[in-house]
Write a protein that binds this ligand. Structure first.
Ligand code: TNX
Length: 845
């Protein structure tokens, strides 16, 4: 995209000549708990930036006061997270080499880098439909001093409780099997070891033979000779579905299972027994520790939700996720394929869904593509803003997942969070109207053209809710469902359920829609717009039921809003119990009042997938620190939150609120606990990666790994002793030992494996902890086994810096510690000593 534009008064200015940086000036401006921040705009070109006649656009999930404190600009919200900044009379011509500052107030203090504006671009008033990329944007380092800040010193104290356990004493299968015994000795697998499989497990045998080629440089041979020794896959009745028995002895490997899924998990456990080093380069043979394992999962539904709508992820990246999920025995991939900011799957009958709504770039009307969001910028070729899976690509994903016993649940978000669908169907309407086909045009329309209702969604959109009173909405739903069924059929993939969203519909929607008023007049059960909710999901459920598919949704789908003593409350909607509706329940924000929602719904008869924001949200930041990316509206989520989650009693070890402050246990008084009947309705667990802040594959890996191990452990392994132990002291001792073992397994086995497995994952390498004691700097790391390196010359440690082995004499100046994975990939840096500004010590940035 060109960046030069000539204005009518002859001024030529190239937006690429602008360098913009953002900085925090005062994080508690005028003691109002608001942040004063600045955009510093530098003209690095040879021409003058005129004082006016242009705007900047940018994205942010935050709110701002309209007038810049610096008196030279106005900030206006456009829609959703898109804002414009218009220079006012106070903005002067910016000559080459000069900088200007726009200082403005943010409604909330800045917590981390995710709070910075993003995707700034420029638009000239005379050419409003065209956006120009600026030259560069950067975030100035900032050292906050807010409550709850996690410093490297605090990290040090936390890591201190982790004992270092020698690698040979660690269990070699994760998630933890029901029973696991090392029986002594090893068995050697080489290129000649045959795989001998029961006919029912032919596919699994082929998978095993192929997957070992990455370790041995050639695939294993599959033999039907039942007498041969090697790796035997045997069908044995009486083993739990998905369960298996694995025996490795000097004579060979035997995997018994009653189902193909069970045989597959036996294979994955065998793969897990292989030393992580085997993935670095192929060897002629590998030794496997002899074990006796009996295993079966705790929950049938072990899911990861991936949002590819907010920011796109490639097919390749989804396949990589499937690889890791299957190794650690997760079996459901819930793909959030549509939202306000994008539609990501080709639906052959409705081409505008992708030709228009899979693209983002500068636009004033969303007619050919959607607007910039989450920093995707003016250019429709941005790889995170734009993109979709063709039917063929999606089929490949499905086949890949099916071979690994993973079900892919598509999510079509309705009726809220649906701007992409609405705009696509508007574009289809416009096209057919222009062709003179008015009736055909309205067939799939998702909004009432005469609706004058005004609303703003939680994420500030004013036009993102499908009108559920229109018959065309149901024609659309059925069309999409039929196309999805055809796609899954062609892939040979199961489609037990479709997720229809049901998240966050704002107040005042539909109120002034003639279509709604007409529906209400003919349907006595519809008294107000709230009742439309049950009407809509009732109809969607009927559409799906007729096709043998169950309806899944976010919690609101299963709720009926009512009042108690005049206050709003929710009860499980009795209309749908008995319909086997699957509710993914996320809201248990501590102190928010809905802590028991998941238990209420399970007790009330809904099939519940625990997707608790306090313990299972991958998009939340790991902890409170400026350099740790991610949202934090629900909680800060270190891997300990995933690991320590107690599915049947998650109140039990809830300790801190979303600000990291200790919670008052009284918030659980009067809350529903899970009944035995309710337990039978908890079908599983789901970790969720929402993607507003996730641009590109590296960040996706960073947010998911290694927290995924905590999820896998809780979804698969039996209830650990510490979760049910009544004596708190004993429970704590049990927990501490289990936690240390888990972290050592990660640091010494699974993270080194992930560095190479399937091309390698960009998992989060944590910042080391540091502590100054008696003139020496000590350092430690959350995952014992990762290498810590340090420098004392002010430079950032790299893969060649000195390795930390014992406390380092401190003689003044800056000292920097950084952990590395086996490939030499470094994490965030812990800086000790006198930092550049003369502060005593703290984290970088
Ligand atoms: C809430 S949790 C949402 C999503 C956002 C997410 C960001 C839920 C069902 N809705 O739309 O992406 O927060 O954390």
């Amino acid at each position: 995209m060109s960046t030069a534009f000539k204005t009518t008064d002859g001024v030529k200015f190239n937006a690429a000549d602008l360098r913009i940086s953002w900085e925090v000036i005062d994080n508690n401006y005028q003691n109002k708990n608001e942040a004063l921040t600045a955009l510093v705009i530098t003209n690095s070109g040879k021409n003058v930036l005129p004082a006016g006649g242009w705007k900047f656009y940018f994205n942010s999930g935050r709110g701002f006061t309209e007038n810049a404190v610096s008196g030279n600009a106005k900030i206006n919200q456009v829609n959703g997270d898109l804002y414009s900044i218009t220079p006012t009379a106070g903005f002067k011509d910016l000559k080459p080499g000069e900088s200007a500052r726009i200082e403005y107030v943010n409604d909330d203090p800045v917590v981390n880098v995710t709070d910075a504006p993003e995707g700034i671009y420029m638009v000239w008033d005379e050419q409003p439909e065209k956006g120009y990329s600026i030259g560069s944007f950067d975030i100035k380092p900032y050292k906050p001093s807010y409550a709850g800040l996690v410093t490297p010193e605090i990290v040090y104290d936390r890591n201190k409780t982790v004992t270092d356990i020698p690698a040979d004493q660690l269990p070699k299968i994760l998630p933890t099997p029901v029973s696991y015994t090392e029986t002594g000795g090893t068995f050697t697998i080489d290129g000649k070891t045959p795989v001998v499989a029961d006919g029912a497990f032919a596919k699994e045998a082929a998978y095993l033979a192929n997957s070992f080629s990455k370790i041995l440089g050639r695939p294993l041979t599959v033999s039907s000779d039942a007498a041969g020794t090697g790796i035997a896959l045997k069908k044995v009745d009486g083993i739990a579905p998905e369960g298996y028995e694995l025996k490795v002895s000097g004579q060979g490997v035997v995997i018994n299972a009653s189902t193909a899924a069970g045989a597959f998990y036996g294979i994955q456990s065998l793969t897990n027994l292989v030393s992580p080093a085997a993935w670095v380069k192929a060897e002629k043979s590998i030794k496997i520790t002899c074990v006796d394992v009996k295993d079966a999962p705790r929950f049938a539904h072990r899911a990861v939700m991936l949002d590819v709508a907010r920011n796109f992820q490639t097919q390749q990246q989804v396949i990589k996720l499937i690889e890791a999920m299957s190794l650690y025995k997760l079996n459901v991939l819930h793909l959030h394929l549509t939202d306000d900011e994008g539609w990501r799957i080709e639906i052959p009958s409705l081409p505008e869904l992708t030709s228009v709504a899979s693209k983002r770039g500068h636009t004033l009307d969303s007619k050919t593509h959607l607007p910039a969001s989450h920093g995707s910028g003016p250019d429709v070729n941005n790889p995170y803003g734009s993109g979709f899976y063709t039917k063929a690509e999606y089929i490949e994903i499905l086949k890949y997942a099916t071979d690994r016993h993973i079900i892919v649940i598509p999510e079509i978000e309705t009726p809220g969070h649906a701007r992409a669908s609405i705009k696509a169907m508007d574009a289809r309407y416009d096209r057919l109207v222009a062709e003179g086909k008015k009736d055909e045009a309205a067939k799939y329309l998702l909004r009432d053209l005469d609706d004058k209702s005004e609303y703003r969604s939680v994420q500030y959109w004013n036009d993102n809710v499908i009108n559920v009173s229109l018959p065309s909405t149901y024609t659309f739903v059925e069309r999409v469902v039929d196309d999805l069924i055809a796609i899954y059929k062609e892939a040979g993939a199961p489609l037990p359920g479709i997720h229809f969203g049901g998240d966050e519909v704002p107040p005042h929607v539909w109120e002034k829609s003639p279509a709604y008023l007409a529906l209400k007049a003919s349907h006595p059960e519809i008294q107000n717009t709230g009742d439309l909710w049950y009407y809509f999901y009732g109809r969607v459920n009927q559409i799906l039921k007729a096709k043998g598919i169950h309806l899944a949704g976010w919690e609101e789908m299963a709720l009926r809003k009512t009042k108690i003593d005049g206050n709003d409350t929710y009860v499980p909607n009795p209309d749908f119990t008995g319909e086997h509706l699957q509710a993914d329940v996320w809201n248990n924000v501590l102190g928010g009042g809905q802590e028991d929602l998941a238990y209420k719904l399970a007790n009330g008869g809904y099939k519940v997938v625990l997707t608790c924001v306090t313990n299972l949200y991958f998009d939340m930041a790991n902890y409170k620190s400026f350099d740790e990316p991610g949202y934090y509206w629900g909680a800060f989520l270190g891997i300990d939150k995933f690991y320590s989650f107690i599915p049947y009693d998650y109140f039990k070890n809830a300790d801190v609120d979303r600000n990291g402050a200790p919670i008052n246990q009284n918030i659980f008084l009067g809350k529903q606990r899970l009944t035995d009947y309710g337990k039978s309705n908890i079908i599983g667990l789901q970790g969720a990666l929402w993607a507003e802040t996730v641009k590109g594959p590296e960040r996706m890996d960073y947010m998911i790994f290694p927290r995924l191990f905590g999820l896998a452990e809780r979804a698969w392994a039996a209830d650990p002793a510490w979760a049910t132990e009544k004596d708190p002291i004993k429970a704590k001792q049990e927990y501490d030992l289990a936690w240390s073992t888990f972290l050592n397994v990660l640091g010494k086995r699974e993270l080194p494996r992930l560095s190479y497995y399937s091309g390698g994952y960009n998992y989060r390498v944590p910042k080391p902890g540091i502590s100054l004691q008696d003139g020496k700097y000590a350092s430690n790391i959350e995952f014992p086994g990762l290498t810590i390196r340090y420098t004392t010359n002010g430079k950032d440690p790299d893969a060649n810096s000195k390795i930390y082995t014992a406390p380092v004499d401190y003689k003044g100046g800056e000292i920097k510690f950084r952990a590395f994975d086996p490939k030499g990939r470094g994490g965030n840096i812990a800086t000790g000593g006198e930092a550049a500004e003369g502060k005593k010590q703290g984290s970088t940035l």
